[in-house]
Design a protein around this ligand. Structure first.
Ligand SMILES: [Cu+2]
Length: 80
């Protein structure tokens, strides 16, 4: 998935448990993709033009996330 214009694309993503997810930041400012509860996943800072990969949780469910730098950037990762 990617980030562009302060939006996660797609914001809502469904993946298999334990899937590897790569996030590419196509903006000109740093972003993160961080689970809002329970530290389920966190890319840390992704600099402009860079990518980060994280592992989806192994437990099925819905995991809301945001960018810790820009909390208005939100989405939900669904594991099933
Ligand atoms: Cu951000």
């Amino acid at each position: 998935m990617s980030i562009k214009d302060f939006k996660f694309r797609p914001a809502d993503l469904t993946v298999a448990p334990g899937a590897k997810i790569t996030v590419t930041n196509n903006d000109t400012t740093t972003h993160t993709m961080t689970a809002t509860k329970g530290k389920a996943f966190d890319t840390g800072d992704i600099a402009p033009g860079k990518s980060a990969t994280f592992t989806a949780p192994s437990k099925a469910g819905g995991y809301p996330y945001d960018c810790t730098i820009h909390p208005f950037m939100t989405g939900t990762l669904t594991v099933k």
